[in-house]
Design a binder for this molecule. Structure first.
Ligand SMILES: C[S@@+](CC[C@H](N)C(=O)[O-])C[C@H]1O[C@@H](n2cnc3c(N)ncnc32)[C@H](O)[C@@H]1O
Length: 266
């Protein structure tokens, strides 16, 4: 039922790394950068930078915003298994498109996910999975409502909504404030966005801002509640002086139309 009802809203797209993603007609945007590639982007912009900083922690709580095709969640499991890490991971992932999640058991994922295909099946049918090492929970509904209800302290946030222009309410200062409220004091956040407005929204909530560079990939952003020595630091006070018109995004500018478009300055 879900496939037939919702798949027409989405088209299958082959990315340059050979992995599949979808194009959302509703958001007028692909779920991943087709140039960077779904799996490649997930590993290089989110999983690897996060685990480079957190791999020595025995337990990790990860907030994956939002689940979509689940690449970030599944690439995390793939990476942990490949690296033979013992880390116990609890992933919480908001998503309002239940039909999409339920259709994932038939999605053509890359061969790298072969070893976790039973987990993908379970998440797709139950929106939940748990074993001795991994716990995955899909938080069905609007992320802005589910995030403030999270009781766990979060160590890693994958901020991977559609773009600020198409999905603005998941990029505002208030959204980042909700994230800050449930974050551990040493939490880090990874995101593909490098826009000044987004970095400011994070900075105004106490995050230090860093550049993350990976091979064959546009640079991205890592934000951290603690100063990090291993990454290239961005002095946001200096950025504000150089770019006095830059402002963080605010809920009030977007609440009338949830999917309203507003041009961003990079
Ligand atoms: C760019 S995709 C996420 C891709 C995903 N991280 C992956 O690796 O496949 C954005 C997702 O956010 C979901 N979404 C957008 N706004 C939302 C909201 N307010 N609450 C919950 N989910 C939302 C969309 O349905 C879509 O699945």
């Amino acid at each position: 039922m879900y496939d037939e009802d919702l798949r027409p809203q989405k088209e299958l797209v082959l990315c340059e790394d050979g992995t599949n993603t979808l194009y959302s007609k509703e958001f007028d945007e692909p779920y991943h950068s087709t140039k960077d590639g779904a799996l490649h982007e997930s590993l290089e912009k989110h999983v690897k930078p996060a685990f480079a900083l957190k791999k020595n922690q025995e337990t990790l709580v990860i907030l994956d915003i939002c689940f979509g095709l689940g690449y970030n969640t599944f690439a995390t499991l793939y990476y942990i298994k490949k690296q033979q890490l013992k880390t116990q991971v609890h992933i919480l992932s908001p998503e309002f498109d239940e039909g999409l999640v339920r259709s994932l058991d038939t999605f053509a994922f890359p061969s790298e996910f072969e070893s976790i295909k039973d987990i993908i099946k379970a998440v797709s049918s139950d929106l939940y999975y748990e074993d001795e090492q991994f716990k995955i929970e899909i938080l069905l509904g609007d992320a802005r409502k589910s995030i403030p209800k999270i009781k766990e302290k979060v160590d890693i946030i994958y901020q991977d909504a559609f773009s600020p222009a198409h999905n603005p309410l998941l990029w505002t200062k208030e959204h980042f404030s909700d994230i800050r409220a449930i974050s551990d004091n040493a939490a880090i956040l990874t995101t593909y966005s490098t826009a000044a407005a987004i970095r400011l929204g994070l900075y105004e909530n106490g995050f230090y801002i860093f550049v993350h560079r990976a091979e064959m990939m546009r640079y991205s952003t890592v934000a951290s509640l603690q100063m990090l020595d291993s990454l290239e630091y961005i002095d946001m006070e200096l950025k504000k002086i150089r770019n006095p018109k830059a402002q963080s995004m605010r809920d009030k500018d977007y609440l009338i139309s949830k999917h309203s478009k507003k041009e961003m300055t990079d």
